[in-house]
Design a binder for this molecule. Structure first.
Ligand code: PHE
Length: 454
């Protein structure tokens, strides 16, 4: 199909866009909680291992496939392995991205609502009674979360309609530095609270006794989710990278930004949780229930500062979630534009409709549809677990197998060295190729099968 393709204007632009995809809700609510749950610094160590030995090989595999062909997952695999079923793997990963964006934008919608709540000063101490019940009543409401989900998905769609260069690149270039400034500001505030030390200890004290098999599987899953792997988004973004760019640098740069942000988020969230004397809770509850309560109790002494921090905090979550959701939508849009010949705007409208409808079901599963269960899970939980526990791992596994066993070694080498432009990469090629061909697929495969059987 003949179409004009945008290319990221610079390496920095590509890294910012990919870091934008990577940095999201996963860093802010999942990472801090998991670190504490699974043994503090000991978990961070395993997480680092998983990132270097498993996630980076998948990241590079996706980058190689995308940049080699300058096509999305379906087109790229069809081109590199013509006449084989591999293109269906591409399609499967695109479907995974569409399922993720459906429930992800429900949580994105909650952050829209909470941003407005913070602006309306609803977390002030005189309203502390309502703060604790606010979250439960908001998510179980029928219309408000759907309205916010629509607004969040609408914002995502507007950015994607503008295109890779004018929409995604421009938005990521502005929002990435802003995100880092915001999270550092919140972290400084959080660390200055009396009793913050306990939260710091929760994050940094290594407790190796809690490092069991499930901690290792969680570290791996978290690393995949956080780096947006296995669903074709990194592949799609990489297809807009210039031939002369260094793929290894972009991969390392993106992973480092993502890790740094997760750690900063940990130090922004946990000290505040402990300063308020609260047990850290899991998942969305941590940021939508516990933190507003903290803002409200801190507001007794410092009403202005705590209100400003509350607004900045929910703004951070909203921007981080948006830069991730645009990458998911772009993956689907690329498919419809490249393979079905649709105009970008039409493709966005179609996918908006589909993900909006599925998102509405996910949203309603906290309220009127809470009784509807699939394999014992609500619709939201089912979509989350289907993708995070199953499809992302499967996608990652298949991408490494494709690059390690289906593509020609010479082509892989050519991509990793950018046609010989980076001779230093040739030196680490053997090791990287070994990781992609053997280590990553074997380890991911074992974890995948174990998860499936359990
Ligand atoms: N990496 C994102 C986060 O941490 C989530 C994501 C998953 C984004 C898959 C794109 C694709 O929130």
């Amino acid at each position: 199909m003949d179409h004009k393709r945008d290319i990221f204007s610079s390496r920095r632009a590509a890294i910012f866009a990919m870091a934008g995809s990577a940095i999201g809700l996963g860093n802010i609510w999942r990472f801090p909680y998991m670190v504490g749950e699974h043994g503090g610094a000991a978990f961070i160590l395993v997480y680092l291992f998983a990132t270097v030995f498993l996630s980076l090989p998948i990241f590079l595999s996706e980058s190689i496939i995308g940049r080699r062909t300058h096509l999305g997952p379906y087109g790229a695999m069809a081109k590199l392995a013509p006449g084989t079923p591999w293109k269906h793997v591409g399609l499967l990963t695109i479907c995974s991205a569409m399922i993720i964006i459906s429930f992800y934008s429900v949580v994105g919608g909650w952050s829209v609502d909470y941003l407005f709540k913070a602006i309306r000063l609803e977390f002030l101490p005189e309203r502390s009674e309502q703060v604790s019940s606010m979250f439960g009543s908001m998510i179980s409401n029928t219309w408000l979360p759907i309205l916010c989900h629509t607004a969040f998905l609408g914002l995502t769609a507007v950015i994607v309609v503008l295109g890779v260069r004018k929409g995604i690149e421009r938005f990521s270039k502005i929002s990435m530095p802003v995100l880092f400034v915001l999270i550092v500001a919140i972290m400084c505030y959080s660390l200055s609270l009396p009793g913050a030390g306990e939260g710091v200890a929760y994050l940094v004290k290594p407790d190796f006794s809690r490092l069991d098999a499930s901690a290792v599987a969680s570290a791996m899953g978290q690393s995949f989710f956080s780096l947006s792997l296995g669903v074709g988004t990194i592949l799609t973004y990489s297809s807009h990278i210039r031939k002369s760019e260094n793929l290894i640098t972009s991969g390392l740069g993106t992973s480092l930004f993502d890790l740094l942000f997760a750690i900063l988020a940990g130090f922004a969230v946990m000290p505040a949780v402990f300063a308020a004397g609260i047990e850290p809770g899991a998942g969305p509850g941590l940021i939508f229930e516990t933190l507003p309560y903290i803002f409200s109790s801190m507001g007794v002494q410092m009403p202005v500062l705590s209100s400003v921090i509350a607004i900045l905090f929910f703004l951070t979550i909203l921007i981080a979630a948006l830069t991730s959701s645009i990458s998911m939508l772009e993956t689907g849009v690329t498919y419809l534009v490249e393979e079905k010949g649709l105009r970008r705007r039409t493709a966005v409208i179609i996918l908006f409709g589909f993900t909006w409808a599925l998102g509405c079901l996910c949203s309603l599963s906290f309220g009127p549809l809470s009784g509807v269960k699939l394999f014992g899970k609500t619709i939201f939980e089912f979509c989350d677990s289907l993708t995070s526990d199953f499809l992302m791992t499967l996608g990652g596994l298949l991408f490494t197998l494709f690059v390690g066993w289906k593509m020609f070694r010479a082509d892989v080498r050519d991509e990793l060295t950018s046609g010989g432009l980076y001779p230093a990469n040739a030196k680490i090629f053997k090791f990287t190729y070994f990781l992609i061909r053997y280590v990553a697929p074997v380890v991911i495969g074992v974890v995948f099968v174990t998860n499936l059987l359990m």
